[in-house]
Design a protein around this ligand. Structure first.
Ligand SMILES: Cc1ncc(COP(=O)(O)O)c(C=O)c1O
Length: 467
């Protein structure tokens, strides 16, 4: 064995204890951790010949890079849609690394950790009140979940046209309808060879909504003259957390032939609360659903699931099978995740989710969702009352989309947001909504309290004079 590796093996307990202590300190002080950093660091391109060993490497990391690490899993990081990590999810994540399984198949010899993944997806279906006729699997994020679901949809539409796209390549023009697709959906369309320009934009509903206008949807469907298409709908749009009307989409399903995909990256979790579960009524009939776990489920990056109806499993296997590797077995006889989703080698991403679901149960997630909504409403109420700001849309659930009051201040948004983020006390991201520049604060972190809202408000009030 290499000397340096041997020394680290003998010193393993010390190495892990040191990292544990450092990690614990970080988590215990996460509220004070800056939410942004101004440091930039020169990167080097020369590697040591014999290596430094684990402990010395940690010292180098700490001297050089530790200051780049922001409190993105803390309570005042409201940019993008960034969840934190529950204590139990960190336990599961550590064990995922330590066990280092390569999760593929639930049967046969070797690694059987896929059984844990299968159980976790079933527990998620239960949490989300979805029927058992979906098969789920873990991928890195909602982008790849959307990609996976739309990959199966692409195979479905090919079959409708009598072509096996997986074998023969994509041909013709695939019709996609959507009103407010997330950017990752458009990216997926280009990755899938469908083409990002081929999404037919349906109008949004009246009264400042991002949800689909059902009447316009029906008109656009009729214009397709019976051609099969893919409908991409939303359970929670990223700017204003709007939901499409799934009950009405169910009615359209009875009349027209389409694949129904729902991007519920974070909005899916609204179903955990009796107050908000009506927003998802009817979603159980979709063909495929995207759900992110590193958002409202509060497990570490990278973690998301896809749910595709079991009846489509042949299409899914046709899309993702390793068709030229007979040594991997018959993909239709022996279920293996490597024939069911984009990656072949994969870590046991389900374990942090399994830990968190078991540790906090349905009540835990109901409380997280309801607390986030309460925090969003509190922050939204401040925006509404303030003369300095205005809401760009009502607070529907957990996202607050706002801007500086007055058209004359549109040019000042970017400077204001930069200054706000530079306080390092709170972090938000820029957006554009209805042609207006704005700011988005997204509440999905389990730690956020009223005190955090007050800290953010104090900083925003303080910056008043600079506008
Ligand atoms: C609705 C929606 N879909 C998809 C995504 C992409 O998620 P990810 O960054 O995990 O790939 C996001 C991210 O914010 C989202 O809000």
């Amino acid at each position: 064995m290499n000397d340096q590796l041997n020394l680290d093996l003998l010193n393993l307990e010390n190495l892990l204890e040191t990292v544990k202590d450092q990690g614990l300190k970080f988590l215990q002080q996460i509220e004070e951790r800056p939410t942004s950093t101004k440091y930039t660091i020169e990167t080097i391109d020369k590697l040591s010949d014999i290596g430094f060993g684990g402990l010395e490497t940690l010292k180098i990391f700490n001297q050089k890079f530790e200051k780049l690490i922001v409190g993105s899993s803390g309570p005042r990081y409201w940019g993008f849609v960034t969840g934190g990590s529950t204590p139990a999810s960190i336990m599961g994540d550590w064990l995922t690394t330590i066990y280092d399984q390569n999760t593929k198949s639930p049967k046969g010899q070797g690694d059987l950790s896929a059984i844990i993944e299968i159980e976790t997806t079933k527990l998620l279906l239960d949490l989300l009140n979805l029927p058992k006729d979906f098969i789920g699997g873990f991928v890195t994020g909602a982008t790849i979940s959307n990609f996976t679901c739309l990959g199966v949809a692409r195979q479905w539409i090919g079959k409708e046209q009598g072509i096996d796209f997986a074998k023969n390549g994509v041909s013709g023009n695939i019709k996609i309808l959507s009103a407010s697709p997330h950017s990752s959906v458009i990216k997926s369309l280009s990755m899938l060879g469908i083409g990002s320009n081929n999404c037919i934009k349906v109008k949004v509903a009246k009264d400042n909504r991002e949800s689909i206008d059902i009447e316009d949807l029906e008109n656009k469907i009729k214009e397709l003259n019976g051609e099969a298409f893919i409908l991409i709908s939303n359970a929670g749009t990223v700017n204003t957390t709007d939901f499409d009307d799934f009950k009405k989409i169910n009615k359209l399903r009875k009349k027209f032939n389409f694949w129904w995909h729902i991007d519920g990256a974070f909005g899916a979790f609204a179903v955990c609360s009796p107050k908000y579960k009506h927003l998802l009524k009817g979603w159980e009939n979709a063909d495929s659903i995207t759900v992110d776990c590193h958002k409202w489920l509060n497990v570490p990056y990278e973690s998301a699931v896809f749910f595709v109806k079991e009846k489509h499993k042949i299409l899914q296997t046709e899309t993702f099978q390793n068709s030229n590797a007979p040594y991997l077995g018959n993909p239709l006889e022996n279920f293996s995740y490597l024939n069911f989703l984009p990656e072949n080698s994969r870590r046991l991403k389900a374990l942090p989710v399994w830990f968190s679901l078991n540790a906090y149960g349905k009540k835990g997630y109901q409380d997280i969702v309801e607390n986030s909504a309460e925090m969003a409403n509190l922050f939204g109420a401040f925006i509404e009352k303030s003369e300095m700001f205005e809401l760009l849309a009502p607070v529907r659930l957990n996202n607050v989309c706002f801007t500086l009051s007055g058209m004359e201040n549109q040019d000042k948004i970017s400077t204001f947001l930069t200054q706000l983020n530079e306080t390092e006390k709170v972090f938000m991201t820029p957006t554009v909504y209805n042609d207006k520049k704005g700011i988005r604060a997204s509440f999905v972190n389990w730690r956020t309290t009223k005190q955090d809202i007050e800290i953010a408000i104090t900083e925003m009030e303080r910056l008043k004079t600079t506008i």
